[in-house]
Ligand binder design. Sequence first.
Ligand code: NDP
Length: 339
Amino acid sequence: PHWVLARTPPEGWPVDADFAWRETPAPSPGPGQMLTRTIYLSLDPYQWGRRRRGVEAVGEVCHGRTVSQVVESRLEGYAPGDFLFNTNGWQTYGLTGEGISTFGYMFPRKLDPSLAPISSAVGVMGMLGLTAYAGLYVQCAPQAGETVVISAASGGVGQVAGQLAKLRGCRVVGIAGRAEKCAYVKDDLGFDECISHLDPDFAERLRAACPDGVDVYFENVGGRVFEAVLGLFNNGARITLCGLASQYGAMGEDIIEAWKAAGEKTFSERHMSVHPLFVGDYVATHQERFLAEMGDWLRNGHIRYREDIHEGLETAPRAFQSMLAGGTFGKTLVRVSTD
Ligand code: NDP
């Protein structure tokens, strides 16, 4: 079975009618290909942007990164039983290898289940962890004692970014939705503060949590949250522009240009640097070192993470809708089959 995009999505957020369930037999691998069984499917905000912009065609299997296991291989170096990070999309079985388009990542990465739980390959020990690492350490390089603010702080990227800032000795202030998320970010992940953007006094509470201003901002959501941070930047502050999750339902405007226009006066007056981030730019240069370091941090307990796992491929559209609305808690995954 698999999910396809059922229509060109209209303005706004995903609904059930955007997706259609299809049942087809598992395909057979051709030369240079392998058949893999999906174990975990990663649900990520960017998937909605792709669907909205028409990158994903109507009737096409919905795109998504996956953790899977090789069932049958005609690709050298891969054998049945191997665990992989790959891009099966929203389906139970997929082909990987020659002639299979996987949006940027043609080649799978083998996983060693003894190093970390395999689900983490689409989260902390994969693209999301690398996103946090590249944005925070490579682009913004926070110094001990500086104040770092992280939006969507309990989500897949945010939870890692904040802990990386703590490892550098920063004062770290998270921004999240519901109270239980804020409590988790502060009490379990060790951020200094976490402020709810749902609080009517959000902007004032954020200001009070940053008495020395803001030196680094890891932008995941945009909108009202960004407006509240904007007044708090110190001279020489740095921003990683990682994502604008609150804006992905918008149509007919360039959300990045609108974000820049809202900030440009402040950016220039306070001599700030803004770093747009695309994690794919850091795979060749930083992924190997990142995976080694993150493996150590996980084993010695310096970095913790939370996953929100939904059971069964049928749940994917609803879990996806919930994630975009802040309903899920931690990195959002679907368990498609057992590991
Ligand atoms: P998350 O797990 O953080 O999920 C998105 C979260 O955004 C929601 O859970 C919600 O958290 C928050 N959110 C949604 N709407 C609003 C709103 N109106 N106001 C405030 N917060 C809102 O997703 P990821 O960790 O996967 O991704 C985080 C960001 O990183 C996204 O913007 C994504 O596109 C980006 N990204 C960028 C990459 C790159 O290469 N640049 C790579 C990977 C991710 P809450 O309930 O706390 O409000």
